[in-house]
Design a protein around this ligand. Structure first.
Ligand code: FBP
Length: 551
């Protein structure tokens, strides 16, 4: 058999033509709205961003042909992978070439560090064509280096000058776009002539607001995880012998977990934001799970599915205090880092914590306690993907059920299996929605650049309508900012969007969960992401977006 370097689907998918909003079908005109304000802390944000604060919202509409001067653009992929990143780049490339065939696009390698270390490639048609409609960020790679000091910005300006780059596009999440905004302000203040445009990326779905309806990648990742959850539910319903504890990526916010629950209807779904709002302890969370396990066992159902958001641990108030004490304690702590064994580290930490936090730290299984002290990411966040909450819950639920059994209050069998879905979905081939959305975001960025804009995030709205009716434009990044404490200091940052307990997706879930938990449970098996077929199967946005838009 001939060896294959591409799958038949890859080959077919390469020829998919992403849909664009009508505004981009011909020549484009820019419309400016009224000036904007930051979501909070207006005085502080205005003072920190004198050049990029208060700019108007922008929308694009079809318009007259005009002459577009040649531009050079550099693009950076920042942070975790998300399906559709390659299509942002192909949309950007095609948009730039449609504006002026002499425009050039460069890709900085390995994330923001590529700009600082002058590592780049030119993104020609041959390179871009290889990656159209594919998952992953491998076209130029990604990284989590934080752009935060003048020396880095100056080094970036040097390479931009050398390559004739007038604009940088940063494709990233809330932290990366915060950095993009600071960079835009710096380059404006220094009159470098370098514009900076952001693009809303993250599977976590927590970079959203009135003008950014969803971040790209959320759609595909949730569809991939929901397929897997559906498959597990079929297995559970067939074998009838396991409880599956499934943790899902998403960092702090529970958007992914909630969306997967809406798609697959598991027996239990924990939403971290609700746990925090109800001031729940770890034992409360365990007790809620136990109630459902016991109830189903009474009906002979010793199996089920439970979805757990990755960031749960940080939303349990007492655990949150412990993590925050650990963050302060471990920040650049040479004494701790010099210790060799886990036992020495454990003893050191115990000696430094407050009595309340120490009590909790002691009560945790050693493995979990160790995971809480692992290195933070460059933005100072605990790497929640490394904390195996699903195993902790299995252990605690098992213990509690054993107690109930001894008290003759439970007579079932509890056999549990743990799963963690994250990396399985982050580089999936983008759904039609993500392929179209990302291509449109890239195309939008090219027009914002040609219009000389800086400090804007590429925005494509009205996403529950067909792509032709999507509204493309730009949102000043300062509009999304507020002041928050980071590493003990107040900093301007983009406000993270958590699950709203009074929002339509959560309310719908809350109205259904009792039915999903009991003996009449009604699993849904979403099946694989569909690329070809009827529009009602292939072109549906997430349930979250539909509910938010009142469908
Ligand atoms: P971004 O916020 O950078 O998009 O990353 C999302 C994410 O997939 C989270 O869901 C997860 O907690 C984290 O990245 C894992 O990070 P890493 O890729 O460094 O393991």
């Amino acid at each position: 058999m001939k060896s294959m370097t591409k799958s038949p689907l890859q080959i077919a998918r390469a020829s998919y033509k992403p849909k664009l909003p009508n505004a981009f079908k011909g020549n484009v005109v820019l419309l400016e709205g009224t000036s904007t304000e930051s979501v909070a802390d207006q005085t502080e944000i205005k003072e920190l961003f004198p050049n990029t604060y208060g700019m108007p919202l922008i929308t694009f509409e079809p318009g007259e042909k005009k002459l577009n001067p040649v531009v050079g653009v550099g693009v950076i992929l920042s942070g975790g992978q998300a399906p559709g990143g390659h299509n942002v780049i192909s949309g950007l490339f095609d948009g730039l070439k449609a504006l002026n065939t002499d425009n050039k696009l460069y890709g900085f390698l390995g994330g923001p560090i590529g700009l600082v270390d002058h590592q780049y490639i030119e993104l020609t048609k041959e390179v871009v064509d290889e990656y159209r409609n594919t998952g992953g960020f491998d076209i130029i790679g990604s990284g989590r280096t934080k752009l935060e000091d003048d020396e880095q910005y100056e080094k970036g300006a040097v390479i931009c000058k050398k390559l004739g780059i007038n604009a940088i596009v940063v494709i990233g999440g809330d932290d990366s776009n915060t950095n993009a905004c600071v960079l835009a302000e710096y380059y404006s203040q220094k009159n470098t002539g370098i514009q900076v445009i952001g693009c809303p990326k993250t599977i976590d779905g927590d970079l959203k607001n009135e003008m950014i309806e969803t971040s790209f990648g959320f759609d595909t990742a949730c569809k991939v995880y929901s397929e897997l959850i559906g498959n597990i539910q079929r297995d559970a319903n067939s074998a009838k012998k396991y409880w599956h504890f499934i943790r899902l990526m998403g960092r702090s916010a529970s958007h992914i977990t909630l969306e997967c629950a809406l798609q697959s209807q598991p027996n239990i779904c924990i939403v971290s934001e609700e746990v925090e709002a109800n001031n729940m302890t770890l034992s409360n969370v365990v007790e809620n799970i136990v109630k459902v396990v016991v109830h189903r066992a009474k009906h002979g159902l010793n199996f089920g599915t439970i979805l757990i958001p990755e960031g749960l641990i940080e939303f349990i108030p007492a655990m949150k205090n412990l993590i925050s004490e650990l963050n302060d304690l471990l920040a650049e702590n040479d004494d701790f880092n010099a210790l060799n064994s886990d036992e020495e580290k454990r003893e050191y930490v115990k000696g430094m914590l407050s009595p309340e936090s120490c009590e909790i730290y002691r009560s945790l299984p050693k493995g979990i306690a160790k995971q809480l002290t692992l290195d933070r990411d460059p933005h100072g966040n605990v790497q929640v993907s490394l904390i195996e909450t699903e195993k902790l819950l299995i252990e605690m639920v098992g213990k509690r059920l054993a107690q109930l059994k001894a008290e003759k209050k439970y007579n079932g069998k509890f056999s549990a299996i743990n799963h963690f879905f994250g990396y399985e979905g982050r580089c999936a081939i983008p759904s039609n929605f993500d392929a179209d959305y990302t291509y449109s975001l890239g195309y939008t960025a090219s027009v914002l650049i040609s219009e000389g804009k800086t400090g804007y995030m590429s925005s494509v709205r009205n996403l529950t309508a067909p792509a032709a009716e999507w509204i493309a434009g730009g949102v000043p990044i300062t509009m999304m900012m507020n002041m928050e404490k980071r590493h003990g200091k107040m900093k301007p940052v983009i406000q993270k969007a958590l699950v709203l307990l009074d929002g339509a997706p959560f309310k719908f879930f809350a109205s259904q969960r009792e039915n999903w938990a009991d003996e009449k449970s009604s699993y849904v098996y979403p099946g694989p992401v569909q690329y070809y077929g009827p529009s009602e199967v292939c072109d549906q946005p997430t349930r979250t977006l539909l509910l938010e838009k009142g469908y």
